[in-house]
Design a protein around this ligand. Structure first.
Ligand SMILES: *Cc1c(COP(=O)(O)O)cnc(C)c1O
Length: 223
């Protein structure tokens, strides 16, 4: 089992373009398996729960060059912990949260990298900006000068076929380009965080710069 994690990481890594950043999503994954991923070259780890991540960060504190990515839904009351524990937050999904993170970042002297999570299609199971709301909020997001707004993150709704998924990813890239062309001083769209185990090849095809992979590296998570 342990050796197969490193084999899978090696195989997936070599199948990805060198420019695509691979985040190993380790929710419900043991620190033993995470050490194995680290030994196989992983330096980016993604977690979706603050509490679970905190104890793993303590257990793995000897691995000093890990970059921690928060990828789960973030409640405003956990915003402080999130920016203290994570250098990237992929799941900033509304203006209030962005403004709260910005305020905390200023107080704490931090400048977290963030992605703006967008819903290209309506999806009651996911959080994120609708496209019109995101475009409307850009002037205020541009005021969040303590955040490094790096790009967009998206998760397609479940039960789309491959063509529909590819279309969601392509629309996300086009939206990022559209925002980039508006030349905001503090909003930069150089990253697209998209692609999970089931759809990362489509995401890469559409221009993903960051993929977030769990199951395909570590096996199925217990429910
Ligand atoms: C769990 C999760 C992933 C990884 O999903 P897999 O299908 O296991 O690769 C990626 N992104 C987010 C936001 C997640 O919650």
């Amino acid at each position: 089992m342990i050796s197969s994690i490193s084999e899978r990481i090696t195989a997936i890594r070599s199948s990805l373009p060198a420019s695509v950043r691979l985040i190993a999503v380790t929710k419900q994954v043991s620190t033993e398996a995470m050490r194995c991923a680290y030994a196989a070259g992983i330096r980016d780890f993604g977690e979706s729960r603050i509490q679970e991540a905190a104890s793993k960060q303590i257990e793995l504190q000897d691995l000093r060059d890990i970059t921690w990515h928060f990828i789960g839904h973030l409640q405003t009351n956990k915003a402080k912990k999130a920016i203290e524990q994570f250098t990237w937050i992929h799941s900033v999904d509304n203006l209030k949260l962005a403004q709260r993170l910005n305020q905390l970042a200023q107080q704490l002297g931090l400048s977290p990298s963030v992605c703006l999570q967008v819903k290209i299609l309506p999806d009651p199971n996911k959080s994120g900006w609708s496209v019109p709301q995101l475009l409307a909020d850009l002037p205020e997001l541009n005021q969040c000068k303590n955040l490094q707004i790096q790009g967009l993150m998206t998760i397609p709704p479940l039960e789309l076929n491959d063509l529909e998924i590819l279309d969601v990813f392509n629309q996300t890239r086009t939206l990022a380009q559209q925002i980039q062309e508006q030349n905001w001083s503090h909003i930069h769209m150089q990253h697209l965080s998209m692609g999970m185990s089931g759809d990362y090849q489509l995401a890469v095809q559409a221009g993903a710069t960051i993929v977030r992979l769990g199951t395909i590296l570590f096996g199925e998570r217990p429910l």
